[in-house]
Write a protein that binds this ligand. Structure first.
Ligand code: FCB
Length: 459
């Protein structure tokens, strides 16, 4: 046994995480940057969406958000103070290609290049997501994810970023949560582009997956690091022992949990999809499925909750509705706190998909944080508990043999929470949106200590 391995065994005996486990935090461009049109950037579909009335809580927009575009140096210093080893952020496509394709806006590229340099100077590993929901509006006008040409548009944009940052960024993600893009953006209309047509879901999903595959191909010829896909997963449990609820649970599981991973990792869509979408589910050509099934280097999992479901025929398209659990704790998003299901979902991915390397790319909770105490501290005991119990759940999965390589808390900062605007605070760091002052909450300090001790101090 190599000396390194002895060290790892010793650390594990004290409850620590394996050596090399990456401790990070995550954000996304539209949620924190502000200055959406600065320095030649084009309009994004989220800019467009938030500027139409009725789409977000209190009419909130990302016009200022956390003003990170202008304060990124301070924010990187903050990350460094917290001891973060890695930082997951996304690139706003419309800063780099104002029209989505064609001419590159160098000032947009330069922003991300400076951010990457700043991170590296502080010893923080950058983890770049190419698409975290903000699409250039010019592309949306041409159909967005419904237009098959988006596959090439996305690969071209990805190539611009691989060329610009590939020498310094070791970890890349193509898409963040394609399920949410489709379900919230095309089926229920609560996210940009605000469409409400379940028949569009198969088309938009298929193009997202083809775009993912095309970007992976581009990376293989341009990049030297690792690239993967980030999905949000939510174990589904039946509300009763009835056959109806069991069937609904299976539909909900296929729709949310297998819709994207099955084609990427197994080469086919879940068999339930045809029944879910009926005549709207086309026969996809075998060449397409081959283009989607590209080797990826890791699976990124965003985990927040599980769902207990029952049959509800009014729900589109899976005819399944969540059932609230008496006595359970819920976050402000109305998501049940259920750390055991994080262990479950990590094991499920390992078992179903042949043990791919996994990163937990998002995990966190919104709670109504109390105002800061006179001494300036923000006590968020519920978030501290959420963080600790979910990290314990990750460690349990690792002990059971799941190859989890890192954890990214959602989120570094309180930020623009999409349709919920600024009403939901997920940050480890409190942001006063009037003054832009950042105050690390108790959870940030707990996280800092856990990073420092490699997880010793968890139960
Ligand atoms: C995830 C999103 C992220 C954030 C969290 C709370 O679905 O990826 O941007 O909104 O939820």
């Amino acid at each position: 046994m190599s000396p390194d391995r002895d060290v790892a065994a010793e650390l594990n005996a004290e409850g620590r995480f394996p050596a090399g486990f990456l401790w990070g935090a995550a954000t996304s461009a539209y949620q924190i940057e502000g200055s959406p049109l600065a320095d030649g950037a084009g309009v994004s579909n989220w800019h467009h969406f938030t500027h139409q009335s009725g789409n977000t809580k209190d009419g909130a927009t990302g016009d200022v958000a956390c003003d990170h575009y202008r304060r990124y140096r301070d924010d990187v210093a903050l990350m460094s103070d917290l001891g973060l080893q890695a930082y997951r952020f996304s690139v706003a496509w419309s800063r780099v290609l104002p029209d989505g394709r064609g001419s590159v806006n160098q000032a947009g590229v330069d922003f991300y290049s400076r951010l990457v340099d700043e991170l590296l100077e502080h010893g923080i590993q950058p983890n770049v997501t190419l698409f975290h929901w903000d699409l250039p509006a010019a592309l949306d006008d041409q159909g967005g994810w419904l237009h098959r040409d988006i596959v090439g548009w996305f690969a071209d944009y990805a190539s611009v970023m691989f060329r610009a940052l590939g020498d310094r960024v070791p970890l890349w993600t193509t898409l963040n949560e394609p399920w949410v893009v489709v379900d919230a953006g095309y089926v229920h209309g609560v996210h940009a582009p605000g469409r409400r047509n379940a028949a569009e879901a198969p088309v938009a999903s298929h193009h997202l997956l083809l775009a993912h595959g095309a970007a992976v191909d581009a990376y293989r010829s341009l990049g030297r690091g690792k690239i993967g896909l980030v999905v949000n997963l939510e174990p589904k449990d039946a509300a009763s022992g009835s056959a109806d609820d069991a069937a609904a649970t299976n539909r909900a599981d296929a729709y949310m949990n297998r819709f994207y991973l099955d084609p990427v990792l197994l080469g086919h869509y879940p068999e339930e999809m045809a029944a879910l979408f009926g005549e709207d589910w086309p026969e996809f050509p075998a060449e397409d499925l081959a283009a989607i099934r590209r080797t990826i280097d890791f699976v990124g999992i965003n985990y927040y909750t599980r769902a207990v479901v029952r049959r509800d025929d009014s729900e589109v398209p899976d005819r399944a509705a969540p059932v609230r659990q008496d006595g359970a704790r819920y976050t402000e998003m109305d998501w049940e706190v259920h750390p055991e299901s994080l262990t479950r979902v990590l094991r499920w991915v390992a078992e179903r998909y042949g043990s791919p390397p996994i990163y937990v790319t998002e995990n966190g909770a919104a709670f109504p944080d109390p105002p800061s105490a006179p001494d300036g501290t923000v006590n968020d005991p519920l978030r501290v508990d959420y963080l600790r119990t979910h990290l314990e759940a990750v460690r349990t999965a690792i002990r059971q043999g799941v190859d989890v390589r890192g954890y990214f808390a959602w989120s570094l900062l309180d930020n623009f929470e999409w349709a919920a605007g600024y009403s939901k605070r997920f940050g480890l760091v409190h942001v006063d949106f009037e003054t832009q002052q950042r105050t690390p909450k108790a959870s940030a300090l707990v996280y800092r200590d856990l990073i420092r001790t490699h997880g010793a101090g968890l139960r």
